[in-house]
Write a protein that binds this ligand. Structure first.
Ligand code: XMP
Length: 321
């Protein structure tokens, strides 16, 4: 029978065996998985781990400070932040296909880690790359035996073929609830361990259509309002996550004040789930939906309609791309 402390012990030993006296880079996304993976590797190799936080411009409001402040405060880990906003936007210009977006984002992450590895050369040889890949990521990227590729998770099917790093993936056999228990066992704060999932490709796969700086700004504003209202209603622990999706190529006619508008819809996608492999749409209270809708259409000029996704997984996936 696996207990959380035995998982920690076993993984720390495996990581020590794999990395030996080498050094590792860990990409932090701000999410639970990479935070727990980093904390495990830190326990195994101490300050021979350097975390890299990539600001790819596809982040939600406040995410960068949360990593720079909360995660570093909790772990004391070495952290390098890379501003790669232009790089990702350039690479995504003109791209609308979901799988292509995922592959580009996966590849650009690796290119940034390679650059970080070169910049850190003076300290030593960073040959290992730590990723917070979970079991469902592997399965849905078609990595499990006999499984179909549903979508290429940025850190599995989205990796470039010429990858130079050796991967360290201590969570590869775990589900989210186990990862959360491991995080608590390692002493990470609840604010990190109970964060709702957010995909590595970020808002890039929540804009249906081309990703541009303006569209990101619109979606970021709508997403922030939805999150504020869900938190204010005390619903954070009741829902698994609530993607907000911008239908950037769709327009509809509206009326605001005395004037006609021709704006974009956003979709609210609140879901309940145990492990993200299946999910049900969350029956949010109508008054919360109303507050989110009113605020988004009042405060985000480009959005004139808010719609609710009432599809389970399957047949829908949680994210729209
Ligand atoms: P789907 O959309 O496949 O999502 O039902 C299942 C869960 O995985 C998250 N997700 C990702 N996480 N990289 C990640 O780190 C990815 O490429 C990725 N794609 C989806 C999604 O938010 C949900 O929690």
């Amino acid at each position: 029978q696996w207990t959380t402390s035995s998982i920690v012990e076993e993984q720390v030993k495996r990581i020590s065996d794999q990395i030996g006296d080498g050094r590792a880079i860990c990409g932090l996304s701000g999410g639970v998985d990479s935070a727990v993976a980093a904390a495990l590797v830190q326990r195994a190799i101490g300050d021979r781990l350097t975390c890299v936080f990539v600001d790819h411009g596809l982040l939600r409001a406040g995410e960068r400070t949360q990593v720079e402040r909360d995660f570093v405060a909790a772990t004391g880990v070495n952290l390098v932040t890379v501003d790669a906003r232009e790089r990702f936007l350039d690479a995504l210009a003109g791209v609308t296909d979901p799988e292509q977006k995922r592959k580009i984002i996966g590849r650009e992450f690796i290119r940034v880690f390679e650059q970080a590895e070169r910049d850190l050369k003076a300290e030593g040889d960073y040959r290992f790359l730590v990723q917070g890949t979970l079991y469902p990521d592997v399965v849905e990227s078609g990595g499990g035996e006999g499984t179909a590729n549903i979508k290429s998770h940025h850190n599995v099917g989205g990796l470039p073929d010429d990858l130079q790093f050796e991967l360290v993936e201590p969570l590869r056999l775990l589900f989210k609830d186990e990862v959360r228990r491991v995080g608590l066992e390692l002493g990470l704060p609840e604010t990190i361990v109970h964060r709702q999932p957010f995909p590595g490709p970020g808002l890039g796969i929540r804009i249906i259509g081309e990703v541009t700086a303006d569209r990101l700004e619109t979606l970021r504003a709508a997403d922030q309002i939805a999150r504020e209202e869900l938190t204010a209603a005390g619903l954070d622990r009741d829902i698994w996550q609530c993607p907000v999706v911008l239908l950037a190529d769709v327009r509809s006619v509206g009326v605001q004040g005395d004037g006609r508008t021709y704006g974009h819809p956003v979709v609210l996608r609140p879901v309940s789930s145990e492990d993200a492999m299946t999910a049900d749409w969350t029956r949010l209270p109508y008054d919360v939906l109303e507050r989110i809708s009113t605020r988004i259409t009042n405060e985000v000029a480009e959005v004139n309609r808010v719609v609710l996704d009432v599809t389970s997984k399957p047949p829908g996936t949680i994210e729209w791309e």
